[in-house]
Design a protein around this ligand. Structure first.
Ligand code: UD1
Ligand code: CA
Length: 460
């Protein structure tokens, strides 16, 4: 169910597209469905339907086993009405698991247990006890047997005292669900078609209703406001941090760690405070990441050190950092940066779509774009590859053991031959021979005893 408006978010964006750990809420739910190897996932959209469907169109491709379908609910007349819209999309032999697009952190093993509780013949409800159950549908039992769910607004004082609530998640065979949905009405305080009324029909039809009760509130937490979104984000991040620490990752402060994607770590990885990892990141054995780094879509080999305030984003091309490399502080690695072992990239150095062979160094204030840099090259402070002529990108090749002085501009396409030296301040437009010294700058002029102009005294 993803049709609700989410008024309390006070956002233009449909609620289910708000992001938790960098991913739209509803996408978390679909990822869980894919983990269950669901035959299909039916998304019921309403508010912002087009936007939600467009945002999820890419998700469909990523889990080929679970076919993604959309149905529209317009207007939104309640949760029962929402599920009614999905009926044509549900196969009669299916087991239907009903989830909410704004409840992102339900775990697949919890849903497996719920499915097992249904056993293909029963109505299984996921329930939880709250000390403050205000607002939730209450689980009304007769002895131990579940008899009904009564919505908070419709409940008597005695029913409101019940602390076991319906989580909003159920598993039910489609062949039972369909006729029950057809019997729903909106004769209640809110004038809505309540999905939860099907519990009464199950009881009347002699179908067993079972409650699968969990204690982990995070798994059923829904998001209605920016404050709830932030709270759930922190709780989720803390769980991710703990899971990594269980694997041996050492963190200076798990409360100051953010993972928006997947992070794979070797042994003895250390992560200082305020780092953000996005997309797919792999950190090899013994990698150390300093404070305040943002690292996305890259692979960092064993023993590399990422000093503080480094920004790495490989986007689609990826970034690789070789064994024992030293990066930062204040370095920027962009898509296609491929750094071999023991490369040094220092402060205010940007690398994009460039290969640096073993031991190459660019330690200060430099730009290497569309370049192939050989082993042991030293690229001086303030030097750049001028790779863009305003229309096309061109490549710079710097062969092994070249020394590029400070403040050089290498205008691509150009090749600096192996072992060559480029004098500081040079603008290089022609390729150079191996071993050559190239200097391309205005000759120095020094005038002895130069008298500087004096200020004229003011006339009265
Ligand atoms: C519902 C349950 C309640 C349960 C609670 C758990 C009903 C009648 N009540 O309450 O027993 O304790 O969830 O959070 O089901 N939605 C639609 N179309 C609609 C209405 C809702 O798609 O017409 C979607 C919402 O966007 C949301 C989900 O269904 O994702 C649940 O709706 P919400 O209004 O939050 O449920 P409650 O009425 O609070
Ligand atoms: Ca409601």
């Amino acid at each position: 169910m993803a049709a609700g408006k989410g008024t309390r978010m006070k956002s233009r964006l449909p609620k289910v597209l708000q992001r938790l750990a960098g991913v739209p809420l509803v996408q978390h739910v679909l990822a869980t469905a894919a983990q269950l190897q669901a035959r299909s996932a039916v998304v019921i959209t309403g508010h912002g339907a087009q936007e939600v469907e467009a945002a999820l169109s890419g998700v469909a491709a990523s889990s080929p086993e679970t076919a993604l379908r959309f149905v529209r609910q317009d207007p939104q007349l309640g949760t029962g009405h929402a599920v009614q819209q999905a009926v044509p999309a549900l196969a009669d032999d299916a087991l239907v698991v009903i989830l909410s697009g704004d409840v992102p952190l339900t775990q697949a093993d919890t849903l497996q247990a719920l499915i097992a509780a249904s056993g293909g013949t029963r109505l299984a409800l996921l329930t939880i006890e709250f000390t403050d159950p205000t607002g939730y549908g209450r689980i009304v039992r007769d002895g131990n047997q579940v008899k009904a769910i009564v919505e908070h607004k419709d409940a008597s004082d005695a029913q409101r005292a019940i602390r076991e609530v319906y989580s909003g998640i159920m598993a039910v065979p489609a062949r039972l669900l369909k006729p029950w949905l057809a019997r729903l009405d909106n004769q209640n305080v809110q004038g809505e078609y309540y999905l939860t009324d099907i519990v009464k029909f199950a009881v009347a039809d002699g179908v067993e209703v079972v409650a699968h009760t969990i204690t982990d509130a995070l798994q059923v937490a829904g998001i209605n406001s920016p404050v709830q979104l932030a709270e759930l984000e922190r709780a989720h991040q803390l769980r991710q941090a703990h899971a990594l620490m269980e694997q041996g990752v050492r963190m200076q402060d798990p409360a100051r760690f953010d993972l928006r994607g997947q992070l794979d770590c070797g042994q003895d990885v250390e992560i200082d405070v305020n780092c953000i990892f996005e997309g797919r990141v792999t950190l090899g054995e013994g990698v150390r990441v300093g404070a305040n780094c943002v690292i996305a879509n890259c692979t960092i080999a064993a023993g590399a050190v990422i000093h503080p305030f480094t920004h790495i984003d490989g986007e689609k091309l990826g970034v690789t950092v070789g064994e024992g490399a030293l990066i930062g502080p204040f370095a920027r690695l962009r898509p296609g940066a491929q750094l071999a072992a023991e490369v040094h990239i220092g402060n205010f150095v940007e690398v994009k779509n460039a290969t640096l062979a073993k031991g190459a160094k660019a330690n200060h204030l430099a730009y290497l774009g569309d370049a192939t840099v050989g082993e042991r090259v030293n690229f001086g402070a303030g030097s750049i590859t001028a790779n863009y002529d305003g229309a096309n990108k061109h490549r710079t090749v710097i062969e092994a053991d070249v020394h590029i002085g400070s403040n050089c501009v290498l205008i691509a396409p150009v090749t600096i031959g192996a072992g060559g030296t480029v004098g500081g301040g040079s603008t290089i437009t022609k390729s150079t021979e191996p071993g050559a010294l190239s200097v391309a700058r205005g000759k120095q002029v020094s005038i002895a005893n130069w008298a500087r102009p004096q200020k004229q005294p003011k006339s009265k």
